[in-house]
Each structure stands twice: as C-alpha cells, then as structure tokens.
Design a protein around this ligand. Structure first.
Ligand SMILES: Nc1ncnc2c1ncn2[C@@H]1O[C@H](COP(=O)(O)OP(=O)(O)OP(=O)(O)O)[C@@H](O)[C@H]1O
Ligand SMILES: [Mg+2]
Length: 342
C-alpha cells in the first residue's frame, strides 16, 4: 500500500480536467528470433570453499531466458551488480555459464564457437587503446590482430563512427565520447551481425550520448546490425531501444517494448478522480473492477491495471456520481524501474 500511496502523492499536483485517451500496449512480436538465451545461470564460486564445497558463491545470473529479434536494438537495464555485464559476457563467450544455452542464428555459443564469434562484435567495459598512437594506428593494429583488413574498409568504419577529422591525432587527446566511438569502430571492423556494448554511454556528456545514440541507430538502420547493450541511463533506454530487459539480482524481471514504456510503463496507471461522492465512487470501482482505491478529500485515487479507464468513468456517471475532473497519471520510467528492480 505504501508504494500506491507514493504514486498517489506523485499524482496529486497534476490533477487536470480532461481525461487522456485509453491506450493499450501493442503486442510485440519478434519477426525472426535471432539471439536466443535459454535458462542461463551463473554462480561465481569465489565464496565457496574448495575443500568443503560449502558457501553460497554469488549468483550473477539465475535462469535468464531472452529472445532477441534480428535488427532489434535491445537494452539491458538494472542496478549495479544486477548481472548485466555477466549476461553480456555470457553471450560473448567471456563467461561460461553453469547451465543454459546461447544461440545466434542457430549457431551454438559453445559448439560452434568460431562461427558464432565471427558474427558478433563487442565492446565490454572501457575500451583500452595505445594513447600515444593515433586512432588510425590503433585501428590498423587491431585489424592486423584480426588477420588484416583492406585500408578502404578501415576508412569506411572511421567514417561510419564519425571520427574522420580526428583519426590522425593521438588517442590520448580524445574525449570520452570519441574513445567510445573508436571502441565501437573496433567492434564493427569485421561487419558483425550482432553488436554488443556494455555501458556504451557511461560517463558521456549529453553530446557524447547523442553521438553514440545516432551511431547505434545508423548501424541498425543502414547496416541491419542487431544491437544489444546495457546502460543505467533510463531515458536513453526509452529513447533508443525497441525493447528493454529489466534485470535485478541475476533474474530477468520484465521485458518491455518501447511502446509499453512510452504508454505509461506497463499497464498500471493511477487515476485521480475529483467527484461529489468519492467514498461511494471508490466502493463502486472496487466492487466492479477489483482495483485498489484510496480517498483523500474529494479525490478518489484508483490503481488501474490493464485498461478499463473509460469503463470506470462510465460506471461512475451511470451511478449518478458527478465527476469534476478525471486525470490519468502513468508511471515514470524511474518509478517503474524502482518497482521492477527493488
Ligand atoms: N569474476 C567474478 N568473480 C566473482 N563475482 C563476480 C565476478 N563478476 C561478477 N561478479 C558478481 O556477479 C554479480 C553481477 O555482476 P555484474 O558485473 O554482471 O553486474 P552489473 O549489472 O554489470 O553491474 P554494474 O552496473 O556495476 O556494471 C555481482 O555481484 C558481482 O560482484
Ligand atoms: Mg556491468
């Protein structure tokens, strides 16, 4: 009830006289399941005694299953220590899960490791470069490590990530945003179908965030790259991602589409109804719809799950209650994030 009270409080200053139209989140269907993560679990054994095999260890991933469609921009959101990096590492082969499977276009992460890896490009944590060398030198060096690339391809990549003007200056002089884009350049050198980025916008200023956001969009829109990335920046997830997975304590707690996030974050809204008989109105709504209600002064607050907003209004009017104002307050992303990941 406390959380409802908080929402009630948040709804109070905004009471307005018009009702917003009722909306329903569209069902999101993946056209072509592409990256498939099934029942992946990982316990880090550091806390477990080798002799006695006792101790808890740290459960970083607990039975996580996700399907990501081809060409999706998919975000992973969760508090520190939630398991985001571990999940990303499980997909890139840097962490071996205790159980479960990861498949990409039918290729198994373990059994078809080489072919699997050829399809992905990744940047995990802060990219490391030779600071005293130029961006161009660093990219050529990394290209040689991967068996070499035609110079024109490297030029094209530099162009894609928008570093053409600075590619011949030393990396030590780059801003964080430029380093991130150089990191992405490194990750897309072999034209991966799936690009995986761990916290690509962490620590960037608003301009840097916009540049990385536009780059991710461009890679998806123009090159068809599927992008899986993690971030803490809620608004950015909402703007950029087609879907967002919320994880907490190693568990997948929800997957929301961009539309669901936009339309009031899931299917819960708080209605603030100012009417002449709020107590009778509350009893009616509670009885007919089973929603939680609370009366404060002349305002009835209703926690609505899954539509029915227009129906509530109709019921009140049919029962002779005069509705003075009817306001729908949908959740903010922050409220939703807190509730899902607490
Ligand atoms: N190599 C490791 N050895 C032991 N424990 C680890 C290891 N890597 C991660 N963990 C633990 O697993 C849990 C999940 O960590 P992970 O790095 O995946 O979280 P995260 O969501 O990426 O967090 P952050 O937002 O801080 O990057 C944490 O409790 C972490 O301490
Ligand atoms: Mg992390």
């Amino acid at each position: 009830m406390e959380e409802f009270s908080e929402l009630v409080k948040a709804a109070q200053p905004e009471v307005r006289s018009e009702a917003k139209p009722e909306t329903k989140a569209e069902n999101y269907e993946i056209k072509e399941p592409y990256l498939s993560i099934k029942h992946v679990s990982k316990v880090f054994r550091k806390g477990i005694s080798r002799l006695t095999k006792k101790g808890d260890g740290i459960t970083a991933l607990d039975d996580v299953s996700l399907d990501i469609g081809k060409g999706e921009i998919f975000g992973i959101l969760g508090p520190n220590g939630a398991g985001k990096s571990t999940l990303i590492k499980a997909v890139t082969g840097l962490v071996v899960p205790d159980s479960g499977e990861v498949k990409l276009g039918g290729l198994d992460c373990k059994k078809d490791k080489e072919a699997f890896m050829a399809k992905i490009g990744a940047q995990i944590e802060t990219p490391v470069f030779f600071n005293k060398r130029t961006g161009w030198w660093n990219l050529n060096y990394l290209a040689r490590l991967q068996g070499g690339l035609p110079e024109q391809r490297i030029r094209d990549i530099v162009d894609i990530v928008g570093l053409t003007d600075r590619i011949n200056t030393r990396v030590g002089t780059y801003s964080m945003g430029m380093r991130q884009r150089l990191g992405i350049a490194q990750a897309i050198m072999h034209k991966p179908e799936l690009l995986i980025l761990d916290e690509p916008i962490n620590g960037l200023d608003p301009d840097g965030i916009v540049q990385v956001r536009e780059l991710i969009r461009k890679l998806r829109d123009e090159y068809g790259t599927t992008v899986l990335f993690s971030s803490h920046i809620l608004g950015e997830m909402q703007t950029l991602c087609d879907r967002v997975a919320f994880i907490a304590r190693g568990r997948l707690v929800a997957v929301k589409t961009k539309k669901e996030i936009e339309q009031g974050l899931g299917d819960t809204s708080i209605l603030a109804i100012v009417c002449d008989e709020p107590n009778r109105a509350g009893a009616l709504v509670g009885e007919k719809f089973g929603f939680r209600t609370k009366v404060q002064g002349t305002t009835l607050y209703v926690e609505v799950k899954g539509g029915n907003i227009a129906e509530i209004n109709k019921t009140l009017i049919e029962n002779g209650i005069s509705v003075m104002s009817f306001n729908v307050k949908t959740r903010t992303l922050e409220e939703m994030y807190k509730e899902l990941t607490k």
